[in-house]
Design a protein around this ligand. Structure first.
Ligand code: FAD
Ligand code: SF4
Ligand code: SF4
Length: 453
C-alpha cells in the first residue's frame, strides 16, 4: 500500500494530534493480539493498534460490547422484537432497478449501487470497500475508492477474511486534506472495531454500510479447498453463495452458473479447517452496528440466478435512511410483508439435524461417507426448500444455527483449555446470543455433552 513512503509528513502531524497511536503490524504478521481468533480485520495493521484491547471483537469483553455500542451508534438498545436482526427503523426487500443493472461486477449490486450514489451525490468523499485483482477475483484487496469507476470495480463477495480496516492508515495520513466524510463497507467484526474508534478518526461524517456475514474461509488455500469439494471446475469460479434453495451457487468466469445441492459436496470431511476460527466465535451475523445492512437470506426463495435475486435491507438509523434516499433512483424497495412467509416445518424442528454435521466438521469428526447420487441430493434440496422455513424465518434459522454452533464450539474449547474451571464465556456474549441459547437450552446442553468428549 506504500503507506510508509508517502505522506509521512501528514502522518507525523496526525500522530501529534492524537496520543493514542501505535506502530502498525506488518501485513505479513503471523501472530496477532487475538491469536487464533483473529479475523485479520486490518485494525492491527494501522496505527490505531494502540486501542486494540478496547476495539477488537475477540479480545476482552469481545462481542459483548455490541450491546453498549448499539446504544451509542443508534441511540437506543435493541428491543425484544429486534432479537434477530438488531436495532431497526425498517426491514424491506430491495433490488437494483432493472435500468441500473448494466455493466456491474457485483453479485446483485445493491451495496455497490448505494456506494456509487453516495459518491455521486457528494454525501461522502471516499468509500472504503473491497476490490480484487483480475487474476484473483475471489481474493480481497481493500481500497479507499474516490471515484464511481473505482467503486464499480469492487462489487461482488470475496469470500475470505479481509483486512478491511487497513486503508484507514491511508485515511489517517490524508485526513484534513480531502477526506472528511467516509462511507465504510464491511462485515461485523470489522465494523465493531471501527465503531470502537470512530471518535478518534476525526471524520466529519462516517456512514457504515454492511452485509450479513458468516463462516468465512480463513485464507486462499482454505477457499480453494472448499471450492474443490463443491465445484466441478473450481479453477474458473469467480464467486459462490449458499442460497435459500439449499444449494451452493457458483458463478464462473465463462458465464456458467453451477447449482450444487448442499448434500452432494465431494468429500466434505476435507473442508475441516476451512472456516476461520474467528467465525466460529462470532455472534454478529447481521452486522448490528451498521447504519444499513444488506443480505439475501431474509427473502423467500424466488428461483433463478443468485446474481438476480432480490435482497433485503435493515435500516438502523437516520444515516441508513439517508443512504436509501440518495439511492432511490437506482433501487426498488418492496414491502416488509413480502418477507413474512410461513414454512411448513419450524426451524426448531430442523435445527438438531442441521447442527450435528456442522459440529462434526468444526471438531474435525466428519467421517468420509459415500456421496449420495446426484438425483437424490437434488431431491433432498427440493424437499428441504419446500418444507423448511422461508423468508425471515429462514434467516432466523440461519442465525440460530450459527449462534448455537458457535456457543458449543467456544464452550467446549474453553472446557479443554481450562480443565473444569468456572466458565467466563457469558462475559463475552452479547445479550441476543444468550437469549437465543435460552430458547434452545435443552438442545444446547445435549450437544455440549456430546462434543465435550
Ligand atoms: P455487492 O454490490 O456485490 O457488494 C458487495 C460488497 O461487499 C462490496 O462493496 C465489497 O466491498 C464488500 N465485500 C466483499 N467481500 C468482502 C469481505 N470478504 N469482507 C468485507 N466486505 C466484503 N448474506 C446473507 O444473507 N447470508 C449469509 O449467510 C451471508 N454470508 C456472507 C458471508 C461472507 C463472507 C460475506 C462477505 C457476505 C455474506 N453475505 C451473506 C452477504 C451477501 O453475500 C452479499 O454480500 C450481500 O447480500 C450484498 O450483496 P450485493 O449484491 O448488494 O453486494
Ligand atoms: Fe487485531 Fe483485528 Fe485481529 Fe483483533 S481481529 S487482533 S483487531 S487484526
Ligand atoms: Fe468477521 Fe464474523 Fe464474518 Fe467471520 S463471520 S468474517 S468473524 S463478521
Amino acid at each position: 500500500y506504500g503507506f510508509e513512503s508517502e505522506k509521512t509528513k501528514g502522518r507525523a502531524q496526525a500522530r501529534a494530534r492524537c496520543g493514542k497511536k501505535g506502530k502498525p503490524m506488518p501485513v505479513d504478521q503471523s501472530v496477532y493480539p487475538a491469536k487464533e481468533l483473529c479475523s485479520r480485520c486490518g485494525f492491527c495493521n494501522t496505527s490505531l493498534i494502540a486501542q486494540v484491547q478496547d476495539a477488537c471483537a475477540f479480545l476482552g469483553a469481545g462481542m459483548a460490547r455490541i450491546d453498549q455500542l448499539e446504544h451509542t451508534v443508534h441511540g437506543r438498545p435493541r428491543q425484544e422484537e429486534e432479537l434477530y436482526f438488531g436495532v431497526q427503523d425498517g426491514l424491506r426487500p430491495i433490488q437494483v432497478a432493472p435500468e441500473a443493472r448494466t455493466g456491474r461486477r457485483a453479485w446483485t449490486g445493491v451495496v455497490t449501487s448505494i456506494a456509487c450514489e453516495m459518491l455521486r451525490s457528494k454525501a461522502v468523499d471516499a468509500v472504503l470497500c473491497v476490490s480484487s485483482t483480475v487474476d484473483k477475483p475471489l481474493e480481497p484487496k481493500p481500497i479507499l475508492a474516490r471515484s464511481v469507476e473505482e467503486v464499480l470495480q469492487t462489487g461482488g463477495v470475496k469470500p475470505m477474511l479481509s483486512p478491511n480496516l487497513l486503508p484507514l492508515e491511508e485515511l489517517w495520513q490524508v485526513r484534513g486534506e480531502d477526506i472528511q466524510r467516509l462511507l465504510f463497507i464491511g462485515v461485523g467484526c470489522q465494523v465493531q472495531a471501527l465503531r470502537s474508534v470512530e471518535a478518534d478518526l476525526g471524520l466529519k461524517e462516517l456512514y457504515v454500510l454492511g452485509t450479513n456475514c458468516v463462516d468465512n474461509p480463513r485464507n486462499a488455500e482454505a477457499l480453494h479447498r472448499f471450492l474443490q469439494s463443491a465445484s466441478e471446475t473450481p479453477e474458473t469460479a469467480t464467486g459462490f453463495e449458499f442460497m435459500q434453495d439449499n444449494r451452493i451457487h457458483v458463478k464462473h468466469s465463462d458465464g456458467r452458473y453451477e447449482r450444487i445441492p448442499v448434500f452432494s459436496l465431494k468429500e466434505p470431511q476435507n473442508c475441516t479447517g476451512v472456516i476461520a476460527k474467528s467465525c466460529y466465535s462470532c455472534f454478529d451475523y447481521v452486522n448490528a452496528l451498521t447504519d444499513l445492512t444488506v443480505g439475501y437470506m431474509g427473502v423467500p426463495w424466488q428461483g433463478g440466478r443468485m446474481t438476480e435475486h432480490q435482497q433485503y435491507c435493515v435500516v438502523r438509523n437516520e444515516r441508513g435512511q439517508k443512504m436509501l434516499r440518495l439511492s432511490q433512483s437506482v433501487l426498488e424497495l418492496g414491502q416488509a410483508e413480502e418477507l413474512q412467509v410461513d414454512g411448513r416445518l419450524s426451524r426448531q424442528q430442523l435445527l438438531p439435524e442441521v447442527l450435528r454435521p456442522e459440529l462434526d466438521l468444526a471438531f474435525g469428526q466428519r467421517k468420509p461417507r459415500p456421496e449420495p447420487p446426484r438425483w437424490l441430493a437434488e431431491l433432498l434440496s427440493e424437499v428441504f426448500t419446500w418444507l423448511g422455513p422461508q423468508g425471515l424465518d429462514f434467516a432466523r434459522a440461519s442465525i440460530d444455527r450459527a449462534t448455537l454452533r458457535n456457543l458449543v464450539c467456544l464452550e467446549v474449547d474453553l472446557l479443554k483449555k481450562r480443565a473444569g474451571q468456572q466458565m467466563e464465556l457469558d462475559a463475552t456474549l452479547p445479550k441476543h446470543a444468550k437469549k437465543i441459547r435460552s430458547q434452545y437450552q435443552e438442545l444446547f446442553e445435549t450437544l455440549l455433552e456430546t462434543y465435550r468428549g
